[in-house]
Design a protein around this ligand. Sequence first.
Ligand SMILES: Nc1ncnc2c1ncn2[C@@H]1O[C@H](COS(=O)(=O)NC(=O)C[C@H](N)c2ccccc2)[C@@H](O)[C@H]1O
Length: 525
Amino acid sequence: MPATPAPEVTHRPDERFDEFLLAAAATHPGHPAVVEYADGAERVTTFRGLRETAERYAAQLDRFGLEIGDRVMIVSDTSAEAVALVLACASRGLPFVPVSPETPAERRATIERLAEPALCLTADGRPEGAVGHGRFGGGTIEVPQPPVRRGGSRRVVTPTDTAYIIFTSGTTGRPKGVVMSHRAVVAFYRGMIAEGFVSVGDRVASTSPLQFDFSLLDIGMALGSGAAVAPVPRALLRWPTRFLKVLRVTRATHVNGVPSIWRQSLRHIPDQLADLPDLRGVLFCGEEFPLAELRHLQRLRPGIRLINCYGATESMAASFAEVPDPLPDDVTHLSIGNGHEGTDILLLDAEGASVREEGVVGEMYLRSPALMTGYWGDADATDAVLVIDPLEPRSGQRLLRTGDLAFRGADGALRFCGRRDSQVQIRGNRVEPAEVQRRLLAHSDVCEAAVVVAEGPGREAELCAFVVLADGADGTAESDLRAFCLRAMPAYMAPGVVRIVDSLPVNQHGKTDHRRLLAQLLADA
Ligand SMILES: Nc1ncnc2c1ncn2[C@@H]1O[C@H](COS(=O)(=O)NC(=O)C[C@H](N)c2ccccc2)[C@@H](O)[C@H]1O
């Protein structure tokens, strides 16, 4: 008798963010919703427990008489309590603004100045003095100096109201607040759930900080499917043996994260990675996964499902593409697909005309119901990226101009090939640093590479490469790597500087930190 498929979760149209995430509480109340790692053991919060805690927090929030649209800043990593508070805020139409506890005080103050939250709640017991500052935990909220009630005119929360604001780095140094409505997030969640990555009973390990929308993807992917999210404690993530222990103890069936989270395990404890009993899916995003590392992961975990998720915070994400297993040796670029269900990614040339030919590079524009409302308090920056449909301007429809370059493969699917704004002219020739990085990664002795552009007044732009060699490849010199590039690309594309280093710095989101590499270069100049 074939096993009857586990009954999936039923959703209804235009659910609020919290209604979407708690839908499974109606059909699977006793199932795990959040599985935390606590002192070597798992601590389970069921969907019923999560809903009850969210209701307690909502009742606590009601005491402050806030108005729909008032912001609540939440300073916490992902946890059952933080997810419950996020759900409570969403149920009252209070946009949450997640900030990591390790955020430097100055940046947190900047975000607070921009967002002007009515409440700023931290997870730990630190008593906060300022008005509206307080703490949350165990279903209670304590604010020594509550905000002044301002009364208001709003009546009900609508799908176009703001669910959250994520502050991400802005090129001008001023953080940009990405405003996401209930409708946009739930539209994205529906598109993602339709891909069928996880199902009831699965456990999705989440490795991104709550302030990074990747964590919100993990929470939506898990809870929206009736599965559990298993937050990996930030302090353990950087130790491969502890990271894998968390995955083992929480019985993670799926792990979501940026590519760099796998680097140390692949290098130093591949056998432990091979032995994890429950792992059957990995979703990665945020930057390209070095292909040698990806192939290594496939060899260690035969049959594992690898998903390349592409997208920007302005739409949470945009596409999912399965990595072929095994990844053919001649593949140099991973497919990012053509947009998840309900979206379409256009490829346009500099004149705004569609690019259809295979292999021709264009810029991606995203047509989607999951687009952000705009940047918080910055209409000009919003208009620069939410542009009128270039194919039909009369409609007034807005598309996200991604700033990302791609080309179509023989299968018609898109391949990411760098950022428009990272292109540089070297001796009059256009160069995409990502292409030089990819060439270096193709060297069998190279396991990590990054290419930055050193430029300044009165000096030629110069490509500088930072390379981490694979274990045992000590004989390879910088000159060998430069010669390797020259064998496949014109001289102006070969990096003028090649630095062999022990590791590459990553930023707070786990992505290669190009700014730090540049600073290193300038400091040594
Ligand atoms: N799979 C990729 N290959 C290659 N370059 C990529 C890729 N995913 C992004 N990127 C790059 O990262 C940029 C977006 O950076 S971001 O705004 O900080 N957001 C993120 O990185 C995370 C993103 N919001 C997200 C969250 C949750 C799931 C998926 C994606 C994109 O515009 C791309 O340039």
